[in-house]
Write a protein that binds this ligand. Structure first.
Ligand code: ZN
Ligand code: ZN
Length: 410
C-alpha cells in the first residue's frame, strides 16, 4: 500500500466520515494493528482545526492475556471512573472515530463464559451513556484497517504481501478512495441513497414481507419510523457518515410485531468468535427459537444479555449488487458484510430512525415500537433469492426488493 493512498483513506474517514469541523474535539479508538492509519487520522484531525484529539489504543494480545491469566473477579471488574471518564467526554461532545482490524475468531479458544463476563461488565457499567449518542449531536464513524491477519484469512492462497496488497486495493475500491475525488464520489453516492430514503419514507409501509430460502418473515415497522441512508445530520446541520463503507437503507422495526422465521446468509463475527449457518424464529417480536451449526453458545450469550436482545432494533436493505457484494469476498466482519446484504440487528434501535427521534424521550420511542437493549448486533439475511414486499396500511403491496435487487427506481 502506498502512503498517498493511506492518506487519502484517512481523509475519507476524517472528512466524509466524522466530518471534522474547526474547533471539534475528537476521540479516536484504534487497535495497535491499525496504528499506521490511526497516525494519519490524528494528523488530519489537527490539520482540519480540531480543538483536541484524544486516542485510546487497544491491543489484541493484551486482551487475550487477560482471558488467559486474569482472576475470575478481575474479568467482571469495570472501574467506575472509566465510565465517568467516558461520560465526561460525551458531555464535552467529543466526536468519535473507531478504527480496527477485524477481530475475526481471535477468541475462538477462549471460554465463552469468560467473554460474556468481560463484555457484560462493560455493557452494564456504560449503558447509562447511550442517551448521549441518542441526542444526535455527537458525530461518529467506524472504519476498518487491513492487516496481514485479516488478509490471510480472506486470501489464504496468496503470500502475506500479496494478500495484504489485494485487501488494501479492495478496501480502497469499496471505500471509493480510488476515485479521483473521493469526497465528491461519496457526495454523489449519498445523493442516490437520499433519493431511496425519500421514496421509502413516502411509502410509509405498515410492514415488510421477507421471502427467501429458509426465510418467511413479517416485520412491522415502528410507528413514525424514518428511513436513513448514507449521511446523518447533527441538530446543527453538520452531516457525517457513521460507517465507511455504507450502502444500506435502514429503519426501525416494531419491537413487538415480528413473526416468522429468518435464515442467516453469512457467518457472523461477534465476541471474537464466528457463528455459522444460523436462524431465528420470532413470535410477537421475540426470538422463541434459534439454532446455529457452529458456535451456538455465542447466540445463547447474546440473546441472554437482556430482554431487548431477543428483539429486532434495525431493518436494513442492501441490494445484492452493492459494491461490497460485487467484490464476492466474505469479509468476516460486520462493517463490510452488512453492506453486501440485507440485514437485521438484534437489540437497540437507533434514535434517529424514528421521526424527530433525537427530541423524543426513550419512553416515547419505546411507545412507538423502538427496541431498547445493551447490544446492537447486525446479522445478514440478504442474497440473490430474497424478495421483500412492502405492505401499506390499506393493504397495497409494493415490491421493494426482487431477487435481491431494488424493485423500484428513483
Ligand atoms: Zn445496518
Ligand atoms: Zn446495525
Amino acid at each position: 500500500m502506498n502512503q498517498k493512498m493511506l492518506e487519502k483513506y484517512a481523509d475519507v474517514l476524517v472528512k466524509v466520515g466524522v466530518n471534522v469541523q474547526e474547533g471539534d474535539s475528537i476521540q479516536l479508538h484504534s487497535d495497535t494493528e491499525s496504528l499506521p492509519l490511526a497516525r494519519e487520522i490524528v494528523r488530519l484531525c489537527w490539520r482540519y482545526g480540531a480543538k483536541n484529539v484524544i486516542t485510546k489504543i487497544s491491543d489484541n494480545d493484551m486482551a487475550l492475556a487477560k482471558y488467559d491469566e486474569a482472576k475470575e473477579e478481575s474479568l467482571g471488574f469495570f472501574p467506575s471512573f472509566e465510565a465517568d471518564y467516558r461520560e465526561a467526554m460525551l458531555k464535552e461532545k467529543y466526536h468519535r472515530i473507531f478504527i480496527s482490524s477485524p477481530s475475526l475468531d481471535l477468541f475462538a479458544d477462549v471460554d465463552q463464559k469468560k467473554i460474556e463476563t468481560v463484555q457484560r461488565a462493560a455493557l452494564v457499567a456504560t449503558q447509562h451513556l447511550d442517551k448521549y449518542m441518542d441526542a444526535g449531536d455527537i458525530k461518529w464513524v467506524g472504519g476498518a484497517c487491513p492487516t496481514v491477519r485479516w488478509a490471510k484469512e480472506l486470501f489464504p492462497e496468496l503470500s502475506e504481501d500479496e494478500a495484504l496488497q489485494k485487501l488494501w486495493d479492495t478496501v480502497f475500491k469499496i471505500c471509493r478512495v480510488d476515485a479521483k475525488d473521493p469526497v465528491a464520489a461519496w457526495k454523489a453516492h449519498d445523493e442516490v441513497l437520499k433519493l431511496r430514503e425519500k421514496w421509502l419514507d413516502e411509502q410509509s409501509f405498515a410492514y415488510l414481507r421477507y421471502e427467501g430460502p429458509g426465510t418467511d418473515l413479517t416485520v412491522y415497522l415502528a410507528d413514525q419510523h424514518k428511513w436513513i441512508g448514507g449521511s446523518s445530520d447533527t441538530p446543527d446541520g453538520i452531516s457525517y457518515m457513521a460507517n465507511i463503507p455504507t450502502e444500506e437503507l435502514f429503519t426501525t422495526p416494531h419491537a413487538l410485531k415480528v413473526d416468522g422465521t429468518v435464515r442467516s446468509t453469512k457467518p457472523l463475527s461477534v465476541m471474537g468468535k464466528i457463528v455459522e449457518d444460523f436462524g431465528f424464529t420470532f413470535k410477537d417480536g421475540v426470538v422463541v427459537d434459534y439454532e446455529a451449526k457452529k458456535n451456538k453458545e455465542v447466540l445463547d450469550a447474546l440473546l441472554g444479555i437482556d430482554e431487548g436482545a431477543k428483539r429486532l432494533g434495525e431493518v436494513a436493505l442492501v441490494p445484492d449488487s452493492s459494491p461490497v457484494s460485487r467484490s464476492e469476498i466474505l469479509f468476516k466482519t460486520t462493517l463490510y458484510d452488512e453492506n453486501a446484504s440485507c440485514h437485521f440487528a438484534l437489540g437497540s434501535a437507533y434514535a434517529e430512525a424514528v421521526k424527530d427521534g433525537a427530541k423524543l424521550t426513550e419512553e416515547q420511542r419505546i411507545a412507538l415500537g423502538s427496541n431498547k437493549s445493551m447490544i446492537h448486533i447486525d446479522f445478514m439475511v440478504g442474497g440473490p433469492e430474497l424478495d421483500i414486499t412492502g405492505v401499506k396500511k390499506d393493504g397495497t403491496k409494493v415490491p421493494v426488493l426482487s431477487a435481491g435487487e431494488w424493485a423500484f427506481t428513483v
